[in-house]
Design a protein around this ligand. Sequence first.
Ligand code: NDP
Length: 301
Amino acid sequence: MAVSDPVFTLADLERWSRPGTSLAVLGHPIKHSVSPPMHNAALAQLGRNDWRYHRFDVHPDDLPRALDTLHAKRFHGVNLTVPHKIIAFDRVAAVDPAARPIGAVNTLRWSPEGWHGFNTDGYGLAAAVHETLGVDLAGAHVVLLGAGGAARGAAVECLRLRCASLWIANRTRENLDELLESLTPLAAGVPLHGFAPATPPRDLPIGSLVINATSAGLRPDDPLPIDLARLPRPAAVYDMIYNPPLTALLRAAAALGLPQANGLAMLVHQGAKSLEIWSGAPAAQTAPSMSVAARAALASA
Ligand code: NDP
């Protein structure tokens, strides 16, 4: 899926002289990102006519130079996506306390001292599962699939909001153990367990929220991250993937009659929270226009 907004490069950035307030998303690859139409729709809604959101394809090796240049060019805010969130964490002047345990930042705001880093993914996830599935992470039994950056943000948010229990499954045991070890100090009494996706424990709670935070499902030939038929039911399933809109996991959930939703609402809500950090406009005000724009961009691409 390609989106019609231009993709800029580091060379474009070095020549950048656009007046007004500039925002950017950096990723590698970035050509599938619907963040520019999504943010630009919200900026139009807010009447910020001299604000514009752009996307840049930046190789991870070039990220430090890109961040320095964006700061020197006075970009007001930056979003970071794969694979930059963790690399940028060590390169910001200040980190929001809520982002520290995640070890990754997806939102930067310009300050004279340097970039101020935030992470809005956890907010986006919590708002998305509430909106799409009617589930609150607080008090939920959560089965989280994956141990990468997105899973880490999700796990920290589940523990911060005091979910009832957190069960994490990952293909590579070593990565799972590393994640569990770093989460243990944050658990504060919330039961925290790890398991291999092929062998779900018998005592998984009934009525869990299953969250796919693996990248399995992005490609048509990907394996299922878990066999939902082996989990106690009823359960609800949230897949962070939004393109394709219906992954094999979501199809399996539908076949079992389970409530399910894809990652589009998470994309929208994390984006609206970033815009709130940059503009002060409440996320709840801009999320609806962002949602319409993101859906339209995905449908037309
Ligand atoms: P990472 O590369 O950091 O982590 C990937 C995870 O997926 C790892 O746990 C990896 O397991 C697992 N995995 C990869 N391939 C397979 C496979 N074939 N079978 C089983 N497990 C697999 O990626 P992120 O954490 O940054 O992103 C994960 C997903 O979340 C992506 O699809 C991304 O698009 C989505 N996402 C969506 C957002 C939204 O707003 N909707 C926001 C952020 C992310 P292992 O340890 O074994 O390698």
